[in-house]
Design a binder for this molecule. Structure first.
Ligand SMILES: Nc1ncnc2c1ncn2[C@@H]1O[C@H](COP(=O)(O)OP(=O)(O)OP(=O)(O)O)[C@@H](O)[C@H]1O
Length: 302
């Protein structure tokens, strides 16, 4: 209670015969950047809409700071919808000031916040342009400004990185990390798993409307297979064959990537590598989020 967390507690949602969400549960802690990943149609947008309160769940609850999300709480949420929601024929600056005022900022505070965010997000020179005349990437920067302009206490962003150029990705990443560092919960969905892995404190993987994994990438990869990378430049093909519990996964140039199963002895692997000559690298490799994700999706297929 009173810890600033956003809690999604066992929410379920059907659209007619389609079960979009089944008992989906996770929380986003204050000060945390949480990445929400899953296949197309897995239920990310539905979850975010319910968290925001624009869509009602059939069952379950969404709480912020220990209390149910209400109309009043919604004023404190910065939301970036997937379908985007700007008025195409309104000027960027006017629109942001209008949105900030809608969320309760005074005229001068709204003006100041609009000025700050358009500068920070690199669209200050476009303040007097109609939104429809901006490139898609710049429209997205303005959309982020719209989510931030009222100093939200929670950020919920649906695919904020899609279609952004590399510089805009860096700007967006910096802003999200800063907002989390200020102590608010920040959740965003994305299909860019390397970016999610790099940025997020924790991730949630949703599959078929159910949250199937939640945690840090380290935690999620803990139960998986251990991979070892060995760089032994003079080692002949097949040098690791026959080592107990060891499977050769692939060669990457002079490196060999091994999977160590139950009972495998990493020191025996090192000794075998040294027997071929010098060893310039011998390291464990954690599973990446992309590999974890692939495993989860493959489980679905099988
Ligand atoms: N308004 C709607 N009416 C009927 N079915 C819907 C509606 N909105 C979503 N669905 C269905 O609910 C499921 C979850 O959709 P949702 O948009 O939440 O997925 P998503 O994870 O955001 O997908 P994507 O990565 O493609 O954006 C899908 O099967 C989708 O077809």
């Amino acid at each position: 209670m009173g810890d600033g967390r956003l809690e999604v507690d066992a929410i379920s949602k059907r659209y007619g015969d389609v079960v979009a969400l089944r008992d989906t549960t996770f929380d986003v802690r204050a000060g945390e950047l949480f990445g929400f990943v899953g296949s197309n149609g897995a239920g990310k947008t539905t979850t975010m809409r319910i968290a925001l309160g624009v869509l009602a769940a059939d069952s379950g609850a969404v709480r912020w700071d220990g209390s149910p999300v209400t109309l009043e709480t919604r004023r404190h949420i910065g939301y970036m919808p997937e379908e985007r929601g700007l008025y195409p024929k309104m000027k960027v600056g006017e629109q942001l000031v209008y949105l900030a005022r809608l969320h309760g900022l005074s005229a001068s505070a709204a003006q100041r916040s609009m000025t700050d965010w358009t500068e920070r997000l690199g669209v200050a020179t476009r303040r007097d342009d109609d939104v429809q005349n901006l490139s898609l990437g710049n429209q997205q920067r303005v959309q982020l400004a719209a989510a931030l302009v009222h100093n939200p206490s929670i950020l919920v962003l649906d695919e904020p990185f899609s279609g952004l150029d590399p510089i805009a990705v860096e700007v967006m990443s910096g802003v999200l990390l800063d907002k989390a560092a200020e102590g608010i919960p920040v959740v965003f969905s994305s299909h860019q798993l390397d970016l999610v892995e790099r940025l997020c404190h924790r991730v949630g993987i949703i599959r078929g409307g159910q949250m199937v994994a939640v945690g840090t990438v380290d935690e999620l990869s803990a139960g998986g297979a251990t991979e070892m990378v060995v760089d032994a430049p003079h080692a002949p093909e097949g040098w690791a064959n026959g080592l107990a519990g060891v499977t050769v996964r692939r060669r990457e140039g002079a490196r060999t990537v091994l999977e160590l199963g139950q009972g495998a002895d990493d020191q025996a692997v090192l000794a075998a590598a040294l027997a071929t000559g010098p060893v310039t690298e011998f390291s464990r490799r954690r599973q990446s989020l992309t590999e974890l994700y692939r495993n989860v999706v493959n489980q679905e297929a099988s």
